[in-house]
Design a protein around this ligand. Structure first.
Ligand code: 13P
Length: 251
């Protein structure tokens, strides 16, 4: 049985002081989530990871938004796995479409980062999704299938059982244009079958999230799809009231 997972991606938002305020205010919701067997978490900027870790409930997942695949070295501006581990950060978003678009994050780079995380018993949240042009050309499965196969090639089934995959159609991110729950289910089910072809029945343990304009009003509909195990939420995860509503609407 896969536990539901609600994860907020704060992107480049929130001052450290605002992150602290949110972390403190989120304590009761982490408790509520736990009581209802739901995992919740947020992915703040690097600068606020330690703050959120300190002031949020220990039941709140705190994820980084990126990591470098090397342990240390001459990589200006980067942060490594041991640096995250020292802060007890075990979860990392990999391959978000904004990083694929603006930072040349390829499937190959994602693979190297996922490998570094899995070797350290950390949890990658591997983001995949097609652009509007690819969607309109009917290429969604080809693109998403390629991202899954290339990003996760060669790992052993026992390594990937805690991995999370997030399907985020690029055309629905921050646009208010949701993919219908039917599209979300179809593609998440397709991703699970790709995972099954690669890793066998471990595919039934891997959580697959939908992301893209998820709001309190539509979160329940997505989570009622059999292959959608949770949501990766941008804008609607930023305000504590809206984060609370997202959670309460899936209890
Ligand atoms: P929005 O929820 O703001 O559309 O962002 C989705 C997203 O990119 C989460 O990673």
């Amino acid at each position: 049985m896969r536990r539901k997972l609600l994860l907020g991606n704060w992107k480049m938002n929130k001052l450290n002081s605002e992150a602290k305020e949110f972390a403190l205010a989120s304590v009761p919701f982490a408790k509520l989530a736990k009581e209802n067997n739901i995992d919740i978490g947020v992915a703040p900027t690097y600068l606020s990871l330690a703050t959120v870790k300190e002031f949020a409930s220990k039941d709140m997942i705190v994820a980084a938004q990126n990591v470098h695949f090397k342990e240390s070295g001459a990589y200006t501006g980067e942060v490594s796995v041991p640096m995250l581990k020292e802060l007890n950060i075990d979860w990392v978003l990999i391959g978000h479409s904004e990083r694929r678009t603006y930072d040349n994050e390829t499937n190959e780079k994602c693979h190297a980062k996922i490998e570094a995380l899995l070797n350290n018993n950390m949890v990658p949240v591997y983001c995949v999704g097609e652009t509007l042009a690819e969607f309109e050309a009917g290429r969604t499965k080809e693109v998403v299938g390629g991202q899954v196969r290339e990003g996760l090639a060669g790992f052993a089934p026992e390594q990937v059982k805690d991995l999370v995959v997030a399907y985020e159609p690029v055309w629905s991110i921050g646009t208010g244009k949701n993919a219908s729950s039917q599209i979300a289910q179809d593609i998440c089910s397709f991703i699970r079958e790709e995972l099954r072809a690669m890793f066998g029945n471990v595919a039934d343990e891997i959580r697959i999230l939908y992301g893209g304009s998820v709001k309190p009003v539509n979160v329940k509909e997505y989570l009622s799809c059999p292959d959608v195990d949770g949501a990766l939420v941008g804008g609607a995860s930023l305000k504590i009231d809206s984060f609370e509503e997202l959670l309460k609407n899936i209890l």
